[in-house]
Design a protein around this ligand. Structure first.
Ligand SMILES: O=C(O)c1ccccc1NCC(=O)[C@H](O)[C@H](O)COP(=O)(O)O
Length: 219
């Protein structure tokens, strides 16, 4: 199965086009006001139209209510709902039933104890995104540019597709994949020149680096 590459937190037409042209499989749009990558609904509509099915549109929310999700569905019609908050298993089930879209549940990781939530989520979610657990004083639960110890996933026994994220960059994505054996990689800060400012050359370099590993693994 080929490696999925997700560029998250895209917020301009220009950098979205760079990610699409460079072959990103998934493009992530953040709807979380404290984030430097937060999109207005109108911007979400605009960028969503630009994708034109060249990649999967991922809507990223944090403990969003139905009214928020209704609006995002209306303007973006995302292919995947990435739930990056403290959403319960029951909430995942409700969201899946109401919106009928695949759900990718973000699981914050700092210690092995963080993996105890997996059986519950794995019964409902369509995929898992392992991300570094945010510090207690963080203003957002993700997009912080910090990795977790990938060795925590070395003995993972998960029947669901999963992605690794958290502090990935062009120069460490190979090691992250070697250790975690993830089916996908997700990056935000590692392709930015400043928080929320995506850098075209860094986007291209990250995707090139991820594809190079994919080539090696299929030989
Ligand atoms: O990107 C954000 O600002 C963000 C805000 C709130 C919740 C999640 C957020 N990002 C989630 C992602 O999928 C990021 O790509 C992931 O956390 C990795 O981020 P980074 O470590 O910056 O590459």
């Amino acid at each position: 199965m080929s490696l999925l590459v997700k560029i998250c937190g895209l917020s301009t037409r220009e950098t979205l086009e760079v990610a699409l042209d460079a072959g990103a499989d998934m493009v992530g749009f953040v709807f979380f006001p404290p984030s430097p990558r937060h999109l207005s609904l109108e911007m979400g509509r605009d960028l969503g139209r630009q994708v034109k099915r060249r990649a999967l549109k991922v809507a990223l929310t944090v403990d969003a209510d139905d009214a928020t999700l209704d609006n995002i569905m209306d303007v973006l019609s995302p292919d995947i709902l990435q739930l990056h908050g403290k959403e319960s298993v029951a909430r995942l089930r409700d969201i899946k039933q109401k919106y009928g879209r695949p759900v990718m549940k973000a699981v914050p990781v700092a210690t092995t104890a963080d993996l105890t939530v997996l059986p519950g989520y794995a019964a409902i979610a369509d995929s898992i995104l392992f991300d570094a657990r945010a510090p207690k004083d963080a203003t957002r639960p993700g997009g912080l540019g910090a990795p977790f110890d990938w060795r925590l996933l070395e003995n993972l026994d998960l029947k669901l597709p999963y992605m690794v994220s958290g502090g990935l960059q062009a120069d460490n994505v190979a090691e992250a994949l070697r250790v975690t054996r993830a089916g996908g990689v997700d990056v935000s800060s590692g392709v930015e020149s400043a928080p929320g400012v995506k850098d075209p050359d860094m986007i291209k370099a990250f995707i090139r680096a991820a594809r190079a590993i994919q080539e090696l693994s299929v030989r």
